[in-house]
Design a protein around this ligand. Structure first.
Ligand SMILES: C[S@@+](CC[C@H](N)C(=O)[O-])C[C@H]1O[C@@H](n2cnc3c(N)ncnc32)[C@H](O)[C@@H]1O
Length: 237
């Protein structure tokens, strides 16, 4: 997971919204979307053609190109809305929060809107350009940076809350994710991972408990499709 280029990293670290928009537009099509975040309609920068991006990645992989990453970040996942809704139960004012695999950053932004100090991370830089734009107004509350599970580490002490929306979908990611959680969770902290009751996530639920985590699960109903609720897995060390 290292498909980046220098100008993207530079824009991410130092770019104003205009520079970020230019950098993102040079890499893929995107637009502003109105999304309900933390109970209010807010603007989120999202990819305009997630399906096209996925097909393009598959074609490049089929052609033998190395290091091509599936752009799963480009889709807006309902699991993020479920996690956002669940955050209503928590008191987040000034809490240090880490979001892993943030994609377009809905869950982390939802935490920041509720007063948390959030570090929003993903393994790839592309979505982070959008996240940096989406969090610009709340930039005093949001840091945006690359974090690849099991590879990168954020210094400065553990986080009492770690969020991840739809990041348990691939078995090969689990050992690195487990390591990343252990490295970044503070004593007594909790991890919240959401998913739309995927079968693979049922397997993750059993696997992660075998690794010594305490597990508890919550069901979140969403009005857009009440027949398909979102699960929030709560892990404590
Ligand atoms: C299904 S998407 C979910 C995105 C976002 N959390 C949401 O719910 O909309 C999975 C995310 O995990 C990220 N990801 C996958 N493998 C990763 C890794 N090894 N390290 C960090 N992030 C990773 C992807 O780039 C992608 O943004």
């Amino acid at each position: 997971m290292n498909e980046t280029n220098e100008s993207s990293t530079e824009s991410l670290e130092n770019g104003c919204p205009e520079a970020l928009a230019i950098e993102a537009s040079g890499r893929f099509q995107w637009h502003w979307e109105e999304v309900n975040i933390a109970g209010k309609i807010r603007k989120l920068a999202v990819a305009s053609d997630p399906e096209g991006m996925l097909i393009d990645a598959c074609e490049r992989q089929d052609a033998g190109e190395k290091g091509v990453i599936d752009p799963f970040w480009a889709t807006t996942w309902r699991a993020a809305s479920g996690l956002d809704r669940y955050l209503n139960h928590l008191s987040l004012e000034n809490l240090r929060v880490l979001e892993l695999g943030c994609g377009t950053g809905h869950a982390g932004l939802a935490a920041a809107c509720r007063g948390a100090q959030v570090v929003l991370t993903d393994g790839v830089i592309d979505p982070l350009l959008l996240v940096k734009m989406s969090t610009w107004e709340l930039r005093e509350h949001c840091e945006v940076r690359q974090l690849r599970f099991g590879i990168d580490h954020i210094e400065g002490g553990g986080f009492p809350l770690i969020l991840g929306s739809d990041i348990t979908y691939l078995r090969i990611l689990w050992p690195e994710l487990d390591r990343c959680l252990r490295e970044h969770l503070s004593d007594g902290g909790q991890v919240l991972l959401s998913d739309p009751y995927r079968i693979i996530a049922n397997e993750f639920r059993d696997w992660i408990q075998e690794r010594g985590w305490s597990y508890c699960e919550h069901k979140v109903d969403l009005e857009d499709d009440p027949a398909h609720p979102i699960r929030v897995m709560q892990l404590t060390a």
